[in-house]
Design a protein around this ligand. Structure first.
Ligand SMILES: [Zn+2]
Length: 301
């Protein structure tokens, strides 16, 4: 027993498995649920449309005379894009063999189909691959077919035996998906490839939060208080903070401190900073000038 995916669950699976898709009209509510059951679902059925036309959305959405649409859930274009054309009961599988269905339910290899006694439209998701079947599908189609199969199987926790071709389901006269006129693809090979892709199980694409750039600390530095300031032997936290920077720069000659009161030790320490920065003579008198002060970057208190 498996309840069919909701459209939202399906879209999440397509994203998780990296399936390129496009939504056609009101596909989410386009179905034939008014004509019969949809679900429980047991498997995923592969078809070819029998046509190489480049845009088969309208056909699959509307259906044909005597067979109203949707004719499947997924249309698979030559470029590997999945077109979502319906969601719910769809006219793709017709009647099938109950022994095949039992095998699909048990997720084991199916017996040769020889009956048409069971409503398969209720039990299978269906993809129509856009090609005639008289030649191979494109590589892009095949690649997407595997990912799409994996997206469905992964959601329900099914294995590769949940994938069957229409031509092995018990629907008379069907040979899809084909690779040459009247010849069905080797579905065991397809299932093997599906199994390989299924093992790659990517992480769900919960949108990663955008990396928050580390906020640069709003450090602002003390503006130059002017040459006269230091000649007045100030007593302020600014002097302490300046002294700490001089210590950090390896220019300190403090016997103790630094402290708030401007002393000869501050002047000598600052002189070392000036010398370190290439100042000489009166430019290295130990009283801060604007250029050396700005370079020292005394943090604000
Ligand atoms: Zn078919």
């Amino acid at each position: 027993m498996a309840t069919p995916m909701t459209p939202a669950q399906l879209l999440a699976q397509l994203k998780k498995w990296g399936v390129d898709y496009q939504e056609y009209k009101d596909w989410k509510t386009h179905n034939r649920n008014h004509k019969g059951a949809w679900g429980p679902v047991n498997g995923f059925m592969v078809h070819h449309t029998g046509s190489d036309a480049k845009d088969q959305r309208a056909l699959l959405y509307n259906g044909i005379s005597g067979l109203p649409g949707p004719l499947c859930h997924f249309g698979l274009a030559q470029d590997g894009t999945v077109h979502l054309v319906g969601w719910g009961r769809a006219n793709h599988a017709g009647m099938g063999d109950d022994d095949v269905l039992s095998a699909v339910i048990d997720e084991r290899p199916a017996p040769v189909d020889d009956e048409s006694n069971t409503d398969f439209n209720a039990r299978f998701y269906g993809v129509e691959v856009w090609y005639s079947g008289s030649h191979k599908m494109t590589d892009a189609q095949y690649k997407t077919l595997l990912k799409l199969s994996a997206a469905v199987l992964d959601f329900h926790g099914w294995n590769e035996f949940s994938v069957i071709g229409h031509g092995e389901s018990g629907s008379p006269g069907k040979w899809d998906p084909g690779y040459a006129s009247g010849k069905m693809m080797d579905m065991d090979e397809v299932r093997k490839d599906v199994s390989g892709v299924l093992k790659l199980d990517p992480k769900p694409t919960t949108p990663k939060p955008a990396p928050v750039p580390a906020k640069p600390k709003p450090v602002s530095y003390e503006p130059y208080p002017g040459a006269a300031y230091f000649r007045k032997s100030p007593n302020s936290s600014l002097v302490t903070r300046m002294g700490k920077r001089l210590v950090a720069e390896g220019c300190a000659v403090y016997a103790s401190g630094p402290g708030p009161r401007w002393t000869e030790a501050d002047r000598k320490s600052y002189r070392k900073w000036q010398l370190k920065n290439g100042y000489r003579g009166t430019a290295a008198d130990g009283y801060p000038g604007k250029a050396s002060w700005d370079k020292l970057k005394v943090p604000k208190g």
